[in-house]
Design a protein around this ligand. Structure first.
Ligand SMILES: [Cu+2]
Length: 340
């Protein structure tokens, strides 16, 4: 391959990587190297320890190799080296005991971190949240308040979070790199993830177990709030969403009627309007920053695009096309965006 072809390839890769971030409007890192919770810090420190041990082994092996080349190679005119068939007991013991000790030094912090990261019972004062994985979105149910949301999880700092992980269909894996390690989400078997977030901010998550056609489109966000912000968010979620009785535009009122008389109500719940339970709860849809499991930012144009053809955005999505267009579509979008 010519040099110019290589350069063009590298430029295209760089542009693709940059655009992946800009197309989804994301500049958030998905990294385990900037931990923002206790669990993520334990894993990060373990990683650093193991890396240091590995670096030490590398230095020892490379040094021994270089010394061997200098001291034990046969030079011109010298007699051939003695046979290496004879065993050297000291050497045998050294290269058996040495690696065993290194493995021991690595296994002690590893096992300690495994146990520390998997407490059997929820720490006192935990906020318990049921996380249900679906092909391909995430449902979050707050066990104390009964609040329900999808694909965007709000949690406060300074309080242990206990996630109860269950799958509705196949095996998924819950992973927010900056808040902790992956944990499998399995049908019929509840797993737990326990951590306490330190730094307010928005952290990206992603299903980390191949789960079908739109596995890569099964993203989510964790919004870590200060305790005050979290309390305010809870209050706003507990309040009823916009309804026809409130002072809203004609488009919103028309959209509300379209929703109430559509098949949407079979799958989607809206507080006081519908009781669907197959798809995400839309009671406060307008407050979310993204839709379609974090694939699109929540703008009226994107909501219209999603309703028009969900499969074009998320292959395999169970939501059917509704065949809405024009004013009907824009009214429905206006109604959904008004749900705050
Ligand atoms: Cu998946």
């Amino acid at each position: 391959m010519s040099r110019s072809a290589l350069l063009v390839g590298a430029a295209a890769l760089g542009a693709a990587a940059a655009c992946w971030g800009c197309a989804t409007g994301r500049k958030l890192p998905m990294t385990t190297l900037a931990p923002k919770s206790d669990l993520a810090e334990w894993i990060y420190h373990l990683f650093i320890q193991v890396t240091l041990w590995d670096a030490l082994i590398l230095v020892i092996v490379v040094t021994a190799f270089i010394l061997a080349v200098f001291f034990f190679s046969t030079r011109v005119g010298e007699a051939a080296a003695p046979s290496s068939a004879a065993s050297d007991l000291g050497l045998e013991v050294a290269w058996t005991v040495g690696p065993a000790l290194i493995l021991l030094m690595i296994s002690i912090p590893t096992v300690r971190t495994i146990f520390r990261s998997q407490p059997r019972v929820a720490p006192a004062g935990s906020l318990e949240i049921r996380v249900t994985a679906h092909q391909w979105w995430w449902e979050f149910n707050y066990q104390d308040s009964g609040l329900e949301t999808a694909d965007e999880l709000h949690i406060p700092t300074g309080r242990p979070i206990r996630l109860q992980l269950l799958s509705n269909d196949v095996i998924h894996s819950f992973w927010v790199p900056q808040l902790g390690g992956k944990r499998d989400v399995v049908p019929g078997q509840m797993n737990h993830l326990t951590f306490e977030a330190f730094v307010p901010g928005t952290y990206l998550g992603q299903c980390a177990e191949f789960c079908g056609l739109s596995h890569a489109n099964m993203r989510f966000r964790v919004m870590v709030d200060t305790p005050d912000q979290f309390a305010a968010w809870e209050r706003s979620e507990q309040a009823a969403p916009a309804t026809a009785s409130q002072n809203v535009s004609a488009a919103v009122l028309a959209g509300a009627r379209i929703f109430a008389n559509s098949p949407c109500t079979t799958c989607h719940r809206i507080d006081g309007v519908s009781k669907g339970y197959i798809g995400p709860d839309l009671s406060h849809f307008g407050t979310r920053t993204t839709l379609a499991a974090g694939v699109l930012s929540n703008t009226p144009a994107n909501v219209a695009k999603w309703i028009t053809d969900p499969e074009a955005i998320k292959p395999g999505a169970q939501m059917p096309r509704l065949g809405l267009a024009g004013e009907q579509l824009s009214d429905l979008v206006a109604y959904l965006e008004s749900l705050k």
